[in-house]
Design a protein around this ligand. Structure first.
Ligand code: SF4
Length: 347
């Protein structure tokens, strides 16, 4: 995901370097020219028939091929790429500081092959991936597996501490680790938002989110989708352009409830809303509407001036932004004060 974040593939292709995704889901998405749909399962929105059709179009396979046949086709193609590639690029699920290694957890073995076959191995990982000790993997590896894919532990778990050493026969001759900031130190400096850097990218909050389940990953228009994407994207890519993600939430709190590392996601969405309002990024019409609402709420007689019909007309026909995506509002004909008076007199 971190290479998606910096659009590495696009850049490499623009300078004439062939760059091939090796995770099967990512490979499918790359063949289709689409961004990942989900941070753990990039092609989850495609059926096996969709993938068979895509492979038939792009790779000339049988349009009725089974998932096993499709997987074997991808495997054959990718094995050849590992042998030819000069550079293998991986991320790191964790960077383990006491042993100076990167920890990678996966189910397909593709990261392991990318580390081992090419002459040069480049690791790109966010600075938040650093954990203190190898002992911490005893917690974090199973935690990520359980919350990510429901496994007790994933199939391949690798700890890579450097390139090939004298006397060894396998591995790259060079290994580079690039620590990516890209806005993370600013999140770290923000006392309230800091906890979003705890994220281990398990994807559980996406799976639990009613918004994500309805609109899907691509609608976010960002690398990281779902609740965690809505929290961090405005900070990574600009509050003004991405603040709307934090507003597109029912704040039901499902994400917070399922989060593997207990990030207060729905409260951080609210924090983003406060931040954007404090930064003066609200629309003029919205500011006027809230000011009018405040004045009306502070002065009851003003609210009582309008009849129910007038209020209905105003909110449904004048403030059309409300009804564009929601049902009409219907105010009762009598005001609250009138109804109170009828029921309780002057009490
Ligand atoms: S915010 Fe929590 S639940 Fe969502 S991906 Fe990160 S660790 Fe997983």
């Amino acid at each position: 995901m971190v290479t998606e974040e910096i659009h590495l593939n696009d850049y490499l292709q623009s300078i004439g370097v062939e760059s091939v995704e090796t995770d099967l889901g990512e490979y499918i998405q790359q063949l289709d020219g689409e961004a990942p749909y989900h941070i753990v399962t990039p092609a989850m929105h495609k059926s096996k028939e969709d993938v068979a059709k895509l492979f038939a179009e792009k790779l000339g396979t049988d349009p009725k091929a089974t998932p096993e046949q499709l997987t074997l086709t991808a495997r054959d193609i990718l094995r050849e790429k590992y042998v030819q590639a000069q550079v293998g690029v991986t991320g790191a699920n964790f960077i383990v500081s006491d042993v100076g290694g990167i920890a990678v957890t996966e189910n397909e073995g593709n990261a392991r092959l990318s580390c081992a076959w090419p002459d040069t191995h480049i690791v790109i990982a966010g600075i938040e991936k650093v954990i203190p000790s190898i002992a911490d993997l005893g917690l974090f590896w199973p935690l990520l597996a359980t919350f990510g894919t429901g496994q007790q532990v994933t199939v391949y778990n690798s700890l890579v501490t450097g390139p090939r050493q004298p006397g060894e026969t396998d591995g790259p001759t060079d290994m580079y680790v690039i620590l990516l900031d890209n806005g993370r130190t600013e999140i770290l400096a923000d006392e309230r938002q800091r906890e979003s850097l705890y994220c281990i990218r398990c994807g559980a909050c996406l799976n639990a989110c009613p918004i994500y389940k309805n609109i899907g990953g691509h609608a976010y228009g960002a690398t990281y989708s779902g609740p965690i994407g809505s929290v961090i994207t405005p900070h990574l890519k600009g509050m003004d352009e991405y603040k709307h993600l934090s507003f597109a939430s029912s704040l039901c709190g499902n994400c917070t409830e399922v989060c593997a590392v207990k990030i207060n996601l729905h409260e951080l969405l609210l924090e983003n809303r406060y931040a954007s309002v404090r930064a003066g990024q609200s629309e003029l019409l919205e500011k006027i509407a809230w000011r009018a609402w405040k004045q009306a709420m502070l002065f009851r007689p003003a609210l009582n001036l309008a009849t129910g019909k007038m209020k209905n007309w105003f909110v449904n026909k004048v403030v059309t932004g409300w009804t564009a995506q929601r049902g009409e509002l219907h105010f009762p004909e009598k005001t609250f004060n009138q109804r109170w008076k009828e029921k309780y007199g002057d009490r």
